[in-house]
Design a protein around this ligand. Structure first.
Ligand code: PHE
Length: 347
């Protein structure tokens, strides 16, 4: 039965035994298994099945598969042997210098700001805060007006701003406009409680120094509910500081002023005063400011669609780069955006 298959197998194996170079192997493979352009001998032999009687077909098909598998296995074994032999020959001929160092594959890593942001996000996630994204290009109304700073309000001087040539459009100076965006979204179909953080880049037109950059990240936090008090804000800030900086971290709240919170505070973490650098970073106090915060101002609640008679909330805005400086021992905030690999590769 089907002697042509046996003959084909025999012939192919004999030819394979003669193929002792990669090129010869490739030619062999093309001849029997076919190439993109031409059918192989195997396929051609198999097409003989069409001329067989139905009774003969199964046995022929089985045998054809056997031959195909046997040839494929023999090819693989021979190919491995030839490769090894060729490599050995190349090494003997000195064409391959195995002592040459390999080409290094450049491997990326996360920016220290990203690392810090991820830590902050993870800590707040455990306290039930979700991440909400808000745009970096904002309107004057969102960045100032709806946050209780109408045009000409003196508090606008706290944020030096990059305006665009389009009237009323600017680069946001803080993540606080995101508060209005979340509140409006969550109150559109009846007011809902809110617990979000808003991480992202902010921009300020100001003198760049070791402590201040003209661009940096902020993480805004906003919690709105029916029974939220200042105690909740203190608890969340203290819990955050302990997870971020260690369980024995000391924090303090200082009275402050923001037009969109009332009362307002600054949150400080104790850094220490051991070295001249500590003195510089903390302006001689030993304390590092990590956030501005407070209870959401009734006007802001109203602008977001929440009735201040029913709802209250707290908000905070923190600077992850300042915190990264403390955690990673970075002495100058200007390193963050200089794209100097000698700095970035340390993290
Ligand atoms: N937006 C303020 C800033 O950039 C920080 C802040 C946020 C203060 C939320 C209070 C509440 O300085």
């Amino acid at each position: 039965m089907a002697p042509s298959l046996d003959a084909l197998e025999h012939e192919a194996l004999a030819a394979l035994a003669q193929a002792d170079t990669s090129a010869a192997l490739q030619a062999w493979h093309g001849k029997y298994f076919g190439t993109k352009r031409a059918k192989g001998e195997l396929e051609r032999a198999m097409s003989a099945i069409a001329s067989l009687s139905p009774a003969e077909r199964p046995a022929f098909g089985r045998r054809a598969n056997e031959v195909k598998q046997a040839l494929a296995a023999a090819f693989e074994a021979k190919q491995a042997a030839v490769k090894e032999a060729e490599l050995e020959a190349a090494m003997k001929a000195g064409a391959l210098d195995v002592t040459l160092p390999g080409a290094t594959i450049p491997r990326g890593r996360l920016h220290p700001s990203t690392l810090t942001l991820r830590r902050i996000i993870a800590i707040f996630a455990r306290m039930g805060f979700e991440v909400y994204r808000s745009p970096e290009v904002e309107t004057d109304e969102m960045n100032f007006g709806l946050l209780n700073m109408p045009p000409e309000h003196p508090a606008r001087d706290m944020w030096d701003t990059f305006y665009t040539t389009q009237p009323g459009v600017l680069l946001r100076t803080h993540t606080s406009p995101g508060q209005i965006r979340v509140m409006r979204e969550r109150s559109a179909n009846g007011a809902q409680p809110i617990r979000v953080i808003l991480p992202g880049m902010v921009y300020r037109y100001e003198q760049v120094t070791a402590r201040s950059e003209m661009q940096f990240n902020q993480v805004e936090g906003l919690a709105i509910g029916r029974t939220i008090t200042f105690a909740d804000l203190k608890g969340v800030m203290a819990e955050f500081a302990r997870h971020m900086f260690g369980s024995d971290t000391r924090i303090r709240f200082r009275c402050s002023y923001f037009p969109f919170t009332e009362p307002s505070v600054e949150v400080d973490v104790y850094w220490g005063l051991a070295t001249e650098r500590d003195r510089m970073i903390t302006k001689g106090t030993g304390w590092l400011e990590i956030a501005g915060a407070g209870m959401v101002h009734p006007t802001v609640l109203r602008n977001g669609g929440y009735d201040p008679a029913e709802w209250s909330g707290f908000a905070f805005g923190m600077g992850p780069e300042r915190q990264a400086m403390r955690l990673l021992g970075i002495s100058d905030i200007r390193y963050f955006w200089q794209n100097d690999l000698r700095f970035l590769e340390q993290f």
